[in-house]
Design a protein around this ligand. Structure first.
Ligand code: ZN
Length: 98
């Protein structure tokens, strides 16, 4: 298989997998995959990867929301503590200076 076509397929595969390419492109990719072992392997690898990537992203999102809420609470708490300390230090310094 010629290198140029394989490079082209490598570029086109992501949009082919997302079904965002036009019919001619889809046909070109499918014809090439049928006749080129390397690109068919690449296609198979991507076809295997895509569902796992999507499901792991969904899992991450579901896990992240309570975690990020916790992080926000902790962050708000620390912001409060830091502000309180700054105010306390300000009063102390001014108290000493006055
Ligand atoms: Zn190829």
């Amino acid at each position: 298989m010629n290198k140029f076509e394989c490079d082209l397929i490598a570029d086109l595969l992501p949009i082919y997998m997302d079904k965002k390419c036009c019919d001619d492109t889809r046909k070109f990719v499918e014809d090439h995959i049928k006749s080129c072992d390397e690109c068919r392997e690449m296609y198979d690898a991507m076809a295997r990867e895509i569902p796992t990537v999507e499901s792991s992203q969904k899992k991450k999102k579901l896990r992240l929301s309570p975690v990020s809420k916790m992080a926000l609470v902790v962050l708000a708490y620390w912001a409060f503590v830091v502000v309180a300390l700054i105010i306390y230090a300000y009063i102390m310094i001014n108290g000493v200076m006055l």
